[in-house]
Structures are given as C-alpha cells and as structure tokens.
Design a protein around this ligand. Sequence first.
Ligand SMILES: NC(=O)c1ccc[n+]([C@@H]2O[C@H](COP(=O)([O-])OP(=O)(O)OC[C@H]3O[C@@H](n4cnc5c(N)ncnc54)[C@H](O)[C@@H]3O)[C@@H](O)[C@H]2O)c1
Ligand SMILES: O=C(O)CC[C@@H](O)C(=O)O
Length: 396
Amino acid sequence: MTQTYPIQTLNAISPVGLQRLDRDVFDLGTDIAEPRGILLRSADLHSAPIPDSLYAVARAGAGTNNIPVDDLGARGIPVFNTPGANANAVKELVIAGMLLAARNLYHAADYTRGLVADQALSGGDLDKQVEAGKKQFAGYELPGKTLGVIGLGAIGVLVANAAQSLGLKVLGYDPAITVERAWQLSPNVEQVTSVEELFARSNMITLHVPLIEATKGLVDADRIASMAPGGVVLNFARGGVVDEQAVIEALDSGHLHAYVNDFPSEAGSVHPKVIALPHLGASTGEAEDNCAVMAADQLSDYLLNGNIRNSVNFPEVVMARTPGTTRLGIFNENKPNMIGQITAALAEAGLNVAEFTNKSKGEVAYTLVDVEGEVQDELKDSILAIDGVIRARKIG
Ligand SMILES: NC(=O)c1ccc[n+]([C@@H]2O[C@H](COP(=O)([O-])OP(=O)(O)OC[C@H]3O[C@@H](n4cnc5c(N)ncnc54)[C@H](O)[C@@H]3O)[C@@H](O)[C@H]2O)c1
Ligand SMILES: O=C(O)CC[C@@H](O)C(=O)O
C-alpha cells in the first residue's frame, strides 16, 4: 500500500499550488491532528504545539518570523520558504507607495470624495472647488530624489532597479548581499557601507530585510533625524523593523512627510500622515500562485524524496533517486566523525551505499543516503543511538 502524508493547511493557500499535491499521496485539510507537513502563510506557529508526527513546514512566502525556525531545526524539521516568488508583487506596491507619498494621492483622493459629497448636499460648483483646493496636494517628482534601499535580496534588488529607472538616485545597503543578487543589481545603484550613511543621504528609505534580532527597530529616532526634512519611510518588510513611536514623532514635527507601511497598528494607522495597507504586499493572484506552487513542490519533494530546497534552517541537499535502493534521511549536529559513524552503522547492517550526500549549515547537517539491501527497522534505532544524530527517516 502506498504511504500517504497528511498535510495541514493554515491560511488560504492558492488552489494552483494545492493541485500540485497528488491526493492519492497527500491528504490535505485544515484540521489534521497528526500532520506530516504544514503548509502556511502568515499563521503564527510560535504559540501552536508542534506535533511529533511533523516532518516539515512550508511557508508560501518569504518571511519566516511567524515560525519557530530554530526550535524546529533542533528537532530535525526543515522549514521551507519561497524566495523571490512574491518579489515582483511587493516591488510594484513599493513603487505605488513612493508615488502615493510624493504626490499626496491618498489625501487628495479623500479630499475629492469629501468635496463631491459636500457638493451633492450644497449644490456648489465642483470644478471651481477642485481647482481652488488642489494646491494643498501639490507634490514632487521622483527624479533627483535619493532612495535608500536596506536589504538587497529578491525584493530589494527589484525595487532598487525599478526606482533607478524612474530617475531616482538609488543607494543600497546589504552587508550580506549574495553574488546572484549583486549580478542582478543595476550598476547605477550605489553601494553604501553603513545604515547611517544611507539615512543621511536619502530622501526616501525602503526596507527589505527579514525581521530578526539585528533588524528590530532598525529605523529609530536618531537615524530618522539624520535624514533631510520631508523624508519618507516605506516599510513593506515587517512592523518590528521600525520604531513606530519615533516615526510618529517625526511625522508630528514635520521632519518626516509620510510613513507608508504594510503592517497596521492601533497607534500608527490612524495618524494622518501614515498610509497603512492591510499586509497587501504579496496579495496578487500571480504571487499567491507562485508562492503556493513553490511551497507545495518543495514540501512534496521533501516528504517523498528527502530533498531539501530553499530551507531556512537546513542546507540545500538534492540527490537523484538511485533505482532499486532505499533512501534514508539523517539530521545530525555538525561535528566531527558523524559521517564515519553513520556509514559504520550501515555497514554493520550489511547495507551497501549506492549514493551519499552530506551537507552542513551552521550547527546542523543533513545526510541523504541510498542503500542497497533490506533495511530492517532496527537500523533506525542504531543510527539514532549515535551521539549527535537528531532525527532519522526511512524514506522508502
Ligand atoms: N509585505 C509583504 O507582503 C511581504 C512580502 C514578501 C516579503 N516581505 C518581507 O520582506 C522581507 C524581505 O523579503 P525578500 O524576499 O527580499 O528576502 P531575501 O531573503 O531575498 O532578502 C533579504 C535581504 O536582507 C538582507 N539583510 C539581512 N539582514 C540585514 C541587515 N541587518 N541589513 C541589511 N540587509 C540585511 C539579506 O542579506 C538579504 O539579502 C521578508 O523577510 C519579509 O519579512 C513582506
Ligand atoms: O502571505 C502573505 O500574504 C504575505 C507574505 C509576506 O509577508 C511574505 O513574507 O512573503
């Protein structure tokens, strides 16, 4: 009988992605007590119990701050995300946010709505009122202004390139930019080597970093104060990257012109100079499909073949299946003599190794091995008995 894998879906996952999971092999549901996989978007897993049955978590999206990544890693549970799958959607919203702020569009549209309502009541001359009132919304154009981009990953690079093609001077800061992203970045984007320099030289700042300890409160009062008056902060990363109180004070004093963000809060979102969107960055049909397809494919390949692609807590390990063999997946601490002990256990069980891959990432490592011969249940116990082995799975 074919083994089946229960997968719990949290949040609305695009049906285009769910269709990738063959229903003869995967049972999908929102209420599954002992899931092998969890497929989610922004649902908070920090406060949810993690069942022993769980093999993997796939995030249809980029940010994984809603998932206890380190705790799951310590239990040998990979967390996947979908780098770049929603980057274009976010880029487009950031560009829209820059224009909303520069041309005062949000308030201007509100004003027009109000005028039309008043005119309906009073029967006044709408055209006249429009022409008289519009001067209060006069804005500025983007060429000649400087945009500072913090985080040059999938989204930051697209934003930087698009902004420079709109005529802005673009500065970029990312001490850990990858070679791939550096190749994608327009040569006209100027690299700066400190966040301080970026703030001091920018009229607009846009954030494209994960919410981690190092990025909490990255936009603070001192950095805002170093910007030229009339600055704009765009936050499509996560609420916690910005000290919102500092932003509100700078908006009140007039030092900042606008704060455009995707993460509403009770205190911030009612402020007249705040444009708060309801976490819309990835909310396009295209992005939702892309993320769901990528997450479902990665989860399925892991459950069926043990392959790890785009995991935030384990290394990339992808190995073609060797016909006529049984596959084992083993997570272990990244320390000396682990491979020696694992292969010794296989030899002891009379198994011949047909293919073997081992890779490490930080403190942890993952091994995929295809073995020839009958794999007895006791093998798992002898592998788990090796000091430093975290989890072992016979994949079939
Ligand atoms: N609003 C939305 O709907 C939405 C959608 C997608 C992503 N996001 C957020 O945007 C973030 C970025 O997404 P991405 O797809 O570009 O991710 P990514 O992993 O491709 O890029 C993140 C970049 O940030 C850099 N970085 C990390 N710490 C930094 C620091 N202290 N200073 C400067 N750079 C730093 C990394 O080196 C990396 O290049 C996500 O983590 C998520 O929180 C929001
Ligand atoms: O799923 C979403 O709608 C938002 C996803 C976004 O915040 C991300 O980090 O990719």
